[in-house]
Design a protein. Structure first.
Ligand SMILES: *[C@@H]1O[C@H](CO)[C@@H](O)[C@H](O)[C@H]1NC(C)=O
Ligand SMILES: *[C@@H]1O[C@H](CO)[C@@H](O)[C@H](O)[C@H]1NC(C)=O
Ligand SMILES: *[C@@H]1O[C@H](CO)[C@@H](O)[C@H](O)[C@H]1NC(C)=O
Ligand SMILES: *[C@@H]1O[C@H](CO)[C@@H](O)[C@H](O)[C@H]1NC(C)=O
Length: 493
């Protein structure tokens, strides 16, 4: 009987209890705190796991603490009544990982909140090992940018960026009137930097949710997920696709271009001097594509380009092209696949010709195939906002990565200063897409304007654009012109 009970308890614990692992990935020591849960000093790389988490609670980080052997002392931020082992919430400014386990429909709700200000970059998400993480409505919330550096003067704090309620104490910021509160100029400041964080007391759209039973991970100072995207294919002297991926500089390579399609034309790729598609000579690229993918690099087919012949004549035409792309380059089947049997990761829209219509229909039709196998959608609009060709396609919200071409476009490209670039970037970063990339020429010869020298990019441009949480990295045109540029900027992207 006792053995039976023990087995029952063990199986209950292993299948139901929620775990939250807390990792300090900062180069400095963080005193992690949880209410309920207590507290623990974490040096760089150390973790602390909360077991059997139920109900609602919060996790945060404290900085510059000193504690005696009795566990009493103080911290410069996040202090909880001077105790290592927190029994109460921390003192602002501090950002929070907040959760409520097993709410409506057996789901957990969780998010990073900056309602009480910011002190340490943080990410809160489903643990990668959690089997149910694929069923989350949104599996990660982060505020991982340099909020402290960008903090408005009146909110500054030696250890972070304060919340306006603590500083001004009025009912608009503290939301004490009893009415529903609206965003304020300060909550909008936080939202610009941390678009998937909870930024004011009624920011309920921001909720992330996973099935109860999911385990979670809180990371202080998470990796920035940024990368460099490069175009390859328009010059036979730029090295092979496999060599391009072997540089280790790129996260995505766009094969450029499928230059002829739509309006009844027979689709045709153009890869300049690399291979001749008219004699089926490009199928050998399959092994290069697979070599890239084995390194974790995504390989996309870019459609369009500056010199192509393409034009969607109707919504039906868009669906026909989507079907062609699926069967010939993605997860479908065809006996005439131009790049052989390798399955590309998705389709990149580089559209500067034909009509401005039906590109949204093409995006919708392609995403339809994602049920069978994930199809990434990326795009490279011109920097004037909104883009004439791709504006409505981008408004579908279906694009994972959008690389805005800040070159060949005088009104918005860099020229002596980055004022115009920054002002257009601030518009682009708000579009409904996964991540936004800064598209640049890889050398002065690569375009008719817009080149940003690597040192200027790293010191004057990236510090500004990286503050936005949807910043994804830099896109370069193209591999042929990239003779050292990606290597020079890689560390700062
Ligand atoms: C969640 O709560 C419901 C009751 O509201 C309970 O029946 C269920 O067992 C709980 N689920 C977990 C995983 O604890
Ligand atoms: C996730 O969703 C799939 C399909 O909707 C379902 O079969 C599976 O049981 C779910 N997994 C969890 C852990 O909820
Ligand atoms: C920790 O930070 C380093 C450096 O930024 C990064 O490479 C690594 O992926 C991070 N780890 C996690 C779990 O975020
Ligand atoms: C695109 O195709 C439509 C329909 O055939 C045609 O009317 C239009 O002139 C074409 N536009 C371009 C720019 O080729």
């Amino acid at each position: 009987m006792r053995l039976f009970l023990l087995i029952l308890i063990l199986s209950f614990a292993s299948s139901r209890a929620t775990q939250i692992e807390i990792l300090n990935n900062c180069t400095y020591t963080v005193w992690a705190a949880a209410n309920p849960g207590g507290g623990k000093q974490l040096k760089q790389g150390e973790t602390w796991t909360l077991n059997d988490v139920t109900g609602s609670g919060r996790i945060w980080g404290r900085t510059k603490c000193t504690f005696g052997s009795d566990g009493r002392g103080k911290c410069a931020s996040g202090d909880c009544n001077g105790r290592l082992d927190c029994q109460v919430n921390g003192r602002a400014p501090n950002n929070l990982a907040e959760y409520s386990i097993n709410q409506t429909n057996n789901a957990d709700v969780f998010y990073v909140s900056v309602v009480e200000g910011f002190n340490i970059p943080m990410e809160f998400g489903a643990a990668a090992s959690s089997s149910s993480s694929s069923n989350c409505s949104n599996s990660v919330s982060r505020c991982a940018t340099d909020v402290k550096g960008a903090c408005p003067m009146e909110l500054r704090d030696p250890e972070g960026c304060n919340n306006p309620c603590t500083v001004f104490g009025n009912s608009q910021f503290c939301c004490t009137s009893g009415n529903i509160c609206e965003p304020t100029s300060y909550s909008k400041f936080f939202k610009d930097l941390c678009q998937d964080a909870f930024t004011f007391p009624y920011d309920f759209d921001q909720r992330n949710s996973c099935p109860t039973g999911t385990d979670y991970k809180v990371v202080f100072c998470p990796a920035s997920a940024s990368m460099i995207i490069v175009y390859w294919g328009q010059n036979g002297d730029e090295g092979s696709l496999a060599q391009t991926c072997a540089t280790g500089n790129y996260g995505i390579v766009n094969i450029a271009f499928l230059a002829t399609f739509g309006n009844g034309q027979t689709p045709l790729i153009n890869l300049a001097g690399h291979c001749d598609p008219t004699t089926n000579g490009c199928t050998g690229l399959s092994s290069d594509i697979k070599a890239c993918q084995s390194k974790g690099i995504k390989v996309m087919l870019s459609i369009g380009g500056g010199a192509g012949s393409y034009n969607l004549s109707s919504a039906e035409d868009a669906r026909v092209i989507a079907d062609y792309l699926w069967n010939n380059f993605l997860g479908g089947q065809s006996d005439s696949r131009p790049l052989g049997d390798a399955v590309l990761d998705g389709i990149d829209f580089d559209i500067v010709g034909g009509t401005t219509m039906y590109w949204d229909e093409l995006a919708k039709a392609l995403i339809g195939y994602s049920q069978q196998r994930k199809v990434y959608l990326t795009a490279a609009p011109q920097c004037p906002f909104p883009d004439a060709w791709l504006g409505s396609a981008l408004n579908t919200g279906l694009f994972d990565y959008v690389s805005v071409q800040f070159y060949n476009n005088a009104p918005c490209q860099y020229s002596d200063n980055a004022d115009n670039l920054k002002s257009y970037w601030s518009q682009w970063i708000l579009i409904p897409a996964g991540q936004i990339f800064l598209g640049l020429p890889a050398s002065p010869e690569a375009s008719g304007g817009g080149y940003v020298p690597p040192d200027v990019l790293s010191s004057k441009v990236l510090p500004f654009i990286k503050r936005f949480s949807k910043y994804g990295g830099v896109m370069l045109w193209s591999k042929y012109y990239d003779n050292g540029y990606s290597s020079a900027i890689k560390r700062n992207v």
